[in-house]
Design a protein around this ligand. Structure first.
Ligand SMILES: [Zn+2]
Length: 55
């Protein structure tokens, strides 16, 4: 099966993504297998960085 890694482009990417997914599961303490939810989890870490703690 050439599509064994689908929807990932490679086994390497698949493992990386599964790792991210696993961390998301730990955070939400709930097994989520919905692709849309996985995308949402991946977007949570791209919104921070605008904090300014100057006093
Ligand atoms: Zn990839």
């Amino acid at each position: 099966m050439e599509d064994e890694d689908f929807p990932f482009c490679s086994d390497r990417c698949r493992k990386i993504d599964l790792g991210k997914w696993a961390m998301g599961v730990y955070k939400i303490s709930s097994p989520v297998l919905d692709p849309e939810v996985l995308e949402d989890l991946g977007g949570l870490g791209s919104g921070s960085g605008g904090e300014s703690d100057e006093s």
